[in-house]
Structure formats: structure tokens, C-alpha cells
Design a protein around this ligand. Structure first.
Ligand SMILES: Nc1ncnc2c1ncn2[C@@H]1O[C@H](COP(=O)(O)OP(=O)(O)OP(=O)(O)O)[C@@H](O)[C@H]1O
Ligand SMILES: [Mg+2]
Length: 273
């Protein structure tokens, strides 16, 4: 976590340097001032560990613990394909979105993140600041999350959880925000993404995004993820909505689509472009 703090500080200084100004020169050449925030003695620097209770997660269809489940195998197939494609293209950030609300983005993001975390370090970020749900899916503690980090003085370490699941860390959303799309593309958010990428070159960052067709959040943030997965709900997402959603993601590498709530299998079914 200390590496994340250092990377954030570097990103902040780089941004200030880009913007110009005297303060910048002074900050960059003043180790005392740069180090000041890190020297405060505080237990907050330790990431929060909060082990999950699997039966409770399973009740919400979050799988990957000691239980046997056909769903686990399905997500393993998805994991393998996502990992291959992202590794081959040297991509480390993945946004999960869909056309409409309720099509299964958050559940897909959660289960894919759990499955990936058996192989590589993963940070699952709830980037649906309007309707965050990752905290509730994992039964995580008090509402300090991405929204509080972006709007307040919280350290990032206060907001990231270690749920005790392999190499998974979680940055939940926090209290619901109205100005979510502005926050998602704010300099502080973009610096955070860069700092998180820089602090661990082997980490994949999975963003649970809002739906594409009901707000501009996912569209605004999509240039800042390298790859995207589009969740499609069988019998609900129409061909026209899927086409429109795909068009909106044109600037982002679309890894494929996930056919969710499919009646063809007892779990979910995945298809790729
Ligand atoms: N494959 C599935 N089988 C059965 N139920 C599912 C499946 N995927 C999601 N659900 C259920 O559908 C509901 C919506 O799922 P989820 O919250 O993941 O959707 P979402 O797209 O993230 O919604 P929102 O747009 O509100 O963020 C939840 O109750 C979830 O348990
Ligand atoms: Mg969701």
C-alpha cells in the first residue's frame, strides 16, 4: 500500500508539473513537504482486512469459496479467456458494463475478479458511484470507499479492503453520488488509476461500471480503461441496445460479451467477438 501512496504522490507532482507554476518546483524539490503526509503515525496505513463469510456471499450468487458450484467453472472459463486476451495485449484495466441497469454487471465483475485473483493480483473497483453495490455483495464494513476518497481527505488505504480471497483487493464505491460522471473523470480519479497501475505491474484492475445507455458515466470513463466486457441479459437486452452500446465503446478494446442469465445453461454463458 505504501507503493500506492508513493505512486499517487508522484502522479500528483507530475500533474502539477504539467500544469506549471512555482509551487510545483518547490514541491518537487522539497522532500520534506513531499514526505510530510506519509510520516504521520497512523494505523490507517494498513489496508483493512475483512474476511468474507462465504455462505452469505453464495446467497447473492458470489462464488469461488470452498463450496462446489457449476457457476465457479463457468467463471473459470471466462477468466481464462479474459486473462489470455489481456496478457497478450499487455492490458491491465478492464471495465465491465452493459446497456441497461440490472443486467448482471456487478455480479459478473465480482465473480470474474474472484476467479482471476487465484492467478494474478486483482483490484476490484466499484466505479458505479451512482448505485454502488460491491460493498453489499461482499458484506464489507462501513461506507468509506471511492466516493469518499475522491471527495474528501481519506487516504486510499482507508478505502481498500483485503477480503481474504487469494490475491483480491476491493475498492468499494462509498455513499451514492449524483455527480458521479464528473468524479469518475476527475484528475484525482485518473491519477489514482495511474498510481494503482504503477504500484504493481502484475495487478489487473477490474472496474464495475454503470450501464451505458442510462447515464454518461461509463462512456466518459471508457477511454481510461484498456479493455471492456459487455454484459448482455438474455431475453432483456435488445439487439438495438447491444448495437448502440457497442458503438459507444468504439474507442475501447471490446474483449467480448457475456450472455448472462441464460436459459441455455444453468449458469451464465459467455460469447466473444
Ligand atoms: N447469472 C445470473 N443468474 C441469476 N441472477 C443473476 C445473474 N446475474 C445477476 N443476477 C441477479 O440480477 C440482479 C442484478 O444483478 P447486478 O447487480 O449484478 O446487475 P447490474 O447490471 O450490476 O445492476 P445495476 O445496473 O443496478 O448496477 C441481482 O439480483 C443479481 O443477483
Ligand atoms: Mg451494478
Amino acid at each position: 500500500m505504501e507503493r500506492i501512496k508513493q505512486a499517487l504522490e508522484r502522479a500528483r507532482i507530475e500533474r502539477l508539473n504539467r500544469e506549471g507554476g512555482h509551487d510545483v518546483v518547490e514541491l518537487a524539490s522539497s522532500p520534506k513537504r513531499i514526505d510530510a503526509p506519509h510520516t504521520e503515525p497512523s494505523a490507517r496505513l494498513v489496508p483493512r482486512t475483512q474476511e468474507v463469510f462465504w455462505p452469505s456471499l453464495n446467497a447473492r450468487r458470489v462464488v469461488g469459496g470452498p463450496e462446489a458450484s457449476a457457476l465457479v467453472d463457468t467463471y473459470r472459463v471466462l477468466r481464462t479467456q479474459v486473462l489470455q486476451r489481456m496478457t497478450n495485449a499487455k492490458m491491465r484495466t478492464l471495465g465491465i458494463t452493459s446497456a441497461n441497469p440490472g443486467e448482471g454487471k456487478s455480479l459478473t465483475a465480482a465473480n470474474l475478479a474472484i476467479s482471476l485473483a487465484k492467478k494474478v493480483p486483482v483490484l476490484l473497483v466499484d466505479a458505479d458511484l451512482r448505485r454502488p453495490s460491491i460493498r453489499q455483495l461482499f458484506d464489507l464494513g462501513p461506507p468509506t470507499g471511492l466516493a469518499e476518497y475522491l471527495t474528501g481527505d481519506n487516504d486510499i488505504e482507508e478505502c481498500i479492503f483485503n477480503p481474504g480471497i487469494d490475491m483480491l483487493n476491493i475498492l468499494p464505491g462509498g455513499a451514492p453520488c449524483i455527480n458521479s460522471s464528473e468524479l469518475l473523470v476527475s484528475p484525482k480519479m485518473l491519477e489514482l488509476v495511474e498510481a494503482l497501475k504503477r504500484s504493481d505491474a502484475s495487478r489487473l484492475i477490474i472496474f464495475d461500471l454503470p450501464p451505458l445507455l442510462t447515464a454518461d458515466d461509463a462512456l466518459a470513463f471508457s477511454p481510461h480503461v484498456e479493455a471492456a466486457l459487455l454484459v448482455v441479459e438474455e431475453g432483456k437486452t435488445t439487439a438495438a441496445e447491444l448495437e448502440r452500446a457497442t458503438e459507444l465503446l468504439q474507442g475501447t478494446h471490446l474483449l467480448g460479451s457475456v450472455l448472462n442469465k441464460s436459459t441455455q445453461t444453468h449458469a451464465a454463458y459467455y460469447s466473444y467477438n
